[in-house]
Design a binder for this molecule. Sequence first.
Ligand SMILES: [Mg+2]
Length: 427
Amino acid sequence: MKKEFNPQKNEIRRRSVLTGAAGLLGLGAARLAAPKMAVGAVSPQAGTPAKRPAAKEIIKITKLETFLVKPRWLFLKVHTSAGIMGLGEPITEGRAKTCAEAVKEVEPYLVGKDPRAVAHHWQAIYRHAFYRGGPILTSALSGIDQALWDIKGKALDVPVYELLGGPTRQRIRVYSHARTPEGIKQARAQGFTAFKTGPAKYKNRFSRIVDNKAYIDNVAVQFAALREAAGPEGDIGIDFHGAVPPQTAKLMIKVLEPYQPFFVEEPVNCQNVEAMADIARGTHLPIATGERIFTKWGFREILEKGAATILQPDLCHAGGITEVRLIAGMAEAYYAAMAPHNPLGPISLAAGLQIAASIPNFLCQEQVSMGDGYIKNPFKVKDGYVDLPTGPGLGIELDENAMADKIGHDWRNQESYDADDGSVVDW
Ligand SMILES: [Mg+2]
């Protein structure tokens, strides 16, 4: 039976709690004092059930706001009655508008609730949806989760990793994309020591189901050139992007082995985990996967079947900070490492850095933007690492002025076809 909620009664209970706790809260209480006035706007359907974890101060979610950000991102601001705003990236690439609608559908649940019960809201949003998981719903949940952690950290004036038992390290390794020897040299000049590339295309075509010797040999020759540019101490991952059929993937991996890639990412699509596990058993190279796998339930099968030893959950897809922290714990028990996927924006990167600083089995963090033009104080890489963030919450602040010309986009996934017969191929 559904419990009736009396917002007035709840208001009285919370105000009395605030009065008793305020003297102990120092700066945090001072920051949260103002919102008392705004709390009256809570609607009955958005109220807090009586048995929810109790909070010591009044702070309630007032609004969720998304906006499209170039080149293909979706940023989320979760506003609160405390004047604290949390940031997240609730995005599946190519489905930004769909994700924005998914966030909008969650908004009525969150408005009026205390944002700091992050794990509780995760459970409610995920499980009350009945139809669980998948890229859209889990990406919406991921961005919301990031924003709630950001709020919680800001309310307590500590980085998120402090709330997760960190820091577990003093600096965080990041890698850059580089497809050519010149790209490796440029990335090294910027301070990177770890890189990622894709298998070279021969005659600029996608790989066939069973590709020929010329194609396979070219993969080895091109990777050897990258290895020479990076040197034996450089780490170069290679991402098959789930676009190589398993027959050809095995041929490619065999010729790559002498050059010791950092890892082989998505050697095949992850829809058939057993197929990836079969490839993993056939090579000593570490297999990495995870950008298209969602929640602990998705990663459970990867670990149990031995399909990968490097997990790459995306902080914006897999379930946010709450869930990726749990996935890292599952991975630890299999001696698997974490290298979160991130082709997205600086909020995603900031969330990944908080995870890196919270777990023992972190390998390297992907990034495509250190935040220049999007955040105040963009991240800086030195000797392959970025410094541990020290700001509260996710530790970043949007640079709204710099972002003014980056609002709005209509990015679409590419279409790819076989060069010989025009059939659809993966990319
Ligand atoms: Mg990838």
